[in-house]
Design a protein around this ligand. Structure first.
Ligand code: 6PG
Length: 472
């Protein structure tokens, strides 16, 4: 029997769709799942009639693959990934390649690359984005590891990836855990944009009394603009229009207002804190999920901490979409990307990942959850300057800030008067206002630190380190 071109371990939603994608692109496949019954039901269901076979154990799996073997692991991040690697590693031979396509912590991938590359087979840590549909039709893929390992799977990944006008949505990201780092930051931006769109929905509902269909119309309008045309805006419209088949009411209004998380947004914020990147919009989205989970406390507090009694709200003609709310959404979305890209640049220096920023923007233009028209502008900005200090100072993005800052300010101040939380909008406003302020009040913070702890300070009028006897 001829050997398969490609092997997949882990028949979860993503694994199933990725193996169907590989097979459709001409790579006969073999699959292995810890429980064989799952393999059987896949092979008799979606995998039926295709060049896909199943293996009962890892030995049979490895033996069914042509050499060098190309094996994609789609198992739970953390201990489960280590377990599978420990079981499969002794069966692999020189030149074989393991690809971890889960949402792994980048430092775990760093460790695995070091351990496994020394055993003479290749290891790639690859971020995969796009959900089930993306995995099947073409995801965005962010592979990191040695360049030689990437070269060995480039043909396979290029065929499987989403295609945009300037090529497939996959590229060699860099060494070690860089692929998973980029995917983590992708998810941080994803958290930001999700929360931004939720804040816009909340404002339209609570201040203008708009129902889900009317709000969906605004999202549809936004999706037709260059600034907001994106996958997340598109699916937000769909979510808002979807009705409960039982009673025809809006499904969204029946969903409990508690958002969970699997860790990548948290890792983005932890990395930002460690590297000294300023990511307030992304952090606000993470904190909004944390706050949302405190449902019973919030419910109790609502009866104690009353909202402002009367407020007026003038947000322009929201029904056309071209209102201050759109300004707030555009600038906060830009801020999420800007903060994520800034974090990538810092990581590139600190971990010697040597990111090619335009390529990262390019592979996010299709397939992934944060795909949007803005990414073309982001790609252009970094093509003009790969070390651009911040997207906000690129001429096109600066003109957006110039034009939309009054709208964002209005939304944040109106929301504050109405007592409506807009964490991403208000963090973005502070972020932009801080970033464009040449002199911040940290001179006084420095004075306090020096006063109580002799921490010293720098001066604006001469070089050196200074201390004042403040309390004498
Ligand atoms: C993607 C997504 C995906 C992620 C989910 C869940 O790019 O396809 O980022 O990888 O796991 O969106 O993330 P949370 O449960 O943390 O929201």
């Amino acid at each position: 029997m001829s050997k398969a071109h490609f092997g997949l371990v882990g028949l979860g939603v993503m694994g199933e769709n990725l193996v169907l994608n590989a097979e459709r692109n001409g790579f006969s496949s073999v699959v292995y799942n810890r429980t064989f019954s799952k393999t059987e039901s896949f092979l008799s269901g979606r995998g039926a009639g295709k060049s896909i076979s199943g293996a009962r154990d890892l030995k049979e799996f490895v033996d069914s693959l042509e050499r060098p073997r190309r094996i994609l692991l789609m198992v739970k991040a953390g201990g489960a990934t280590d377990n599978v690697i420990n079981q499969i590693a002794p069966l692999l031979e020189e030149g074989d390649l393991l690809i971890d396509g889960g949402n792994a912590l980048f430092s775990d991938t760093e460790r695995r690359v070091k351990e496994l590359e020394s055993k003479s087979f290749g290891y790639i840590g690859m971020g995969v984005s796009g959900g089930a549909k993306g995995a099947l039709e073409g995801p965005s893929m962010m592979p990191g590891g040695t360049k030689a390992s990437y070269d060995a799977v480039e043909a396979l990944l290029s065929k499987m990836a989403a295609q945009v006008e300037d090529g497939p949505c996959v590229t060699y990201i860099g060494p070690g855990g860089s692929g998973h780092f980029v995917k983590t930051v992708h998810n941080g931006i994803e958290y930001g944009i999700e929360q931004i769109l939720a804040e816009a929905y909340d404002l339209m509902k609570r201040t203008c009394g708009m129902n889900c269909d009317a709000i969906a119309d605004v999202f549809r309008h936004w999706n037709a603009t260059e600034e907001l045309c994106s996958y997340l805006v598109e699916i937000t419209e769909i979510c808002l229009r979807t009705k409960d088949p039982i009673d025809g009411s809006d499904v969204v209004e029946k969903i409990m207002d508690k958002a969970g998380q699997k860790g990548t947004g948290l890792w983005t914020v932890i990395s930002a804190l460690e590297l000294g990147a300023s990511v307030p919009t992304i952090y606000a989205s993470l904190n909004a999920r944390v706050m949302s989970s405190m449902k019973s406390q919030r419910t109790k507090a609502q009866s104690i901490l009353k909202e402002p009694s009367a407020f007026s709200f003038d947000l322009g003609d929201i029904s056309t979409g071209m209102s201050p709310v759109m300004d707030a959404v555009v600038l906060s979305t830009i801020a999420s990307y800007a903060q994520g890209m800034d974090l990538l640049l810092l990581a590139s220096k600190e971990y010697e990942y040597d990111f090619h920023m335009p390529s990262i923007a390019q592979i996010w233009k299709g397939g992934c959850i944060i795909r949007s028209k803005l990414l073309k502008r982001i790609q252009n900005a970094y093509n003009n300057d790969n070390q651009l200090s911040n997207l906000l100072v690129d001429p096109w993005f600066a003109s957006q800030v110039q034009r939309r800052l009054p709208g964002l300010s209005k939304v944040v101040s109106c929301a504050a008067q109405a007592g409506i939380p807009v964490p991403c909008f208000s963090s973005t406003l502070d972020y932009i206002n801080s970033y464009r302020t040449a002199r911040l009040p940290q001179n006084l913070v420095q004075a306090m630190r020096d006063c109580f702890g002799s921490h010293t300070y720098e001066r604006v009028d001469k070089e050196g380190s200074f201390h004042t006897n403040w309390l004498d």
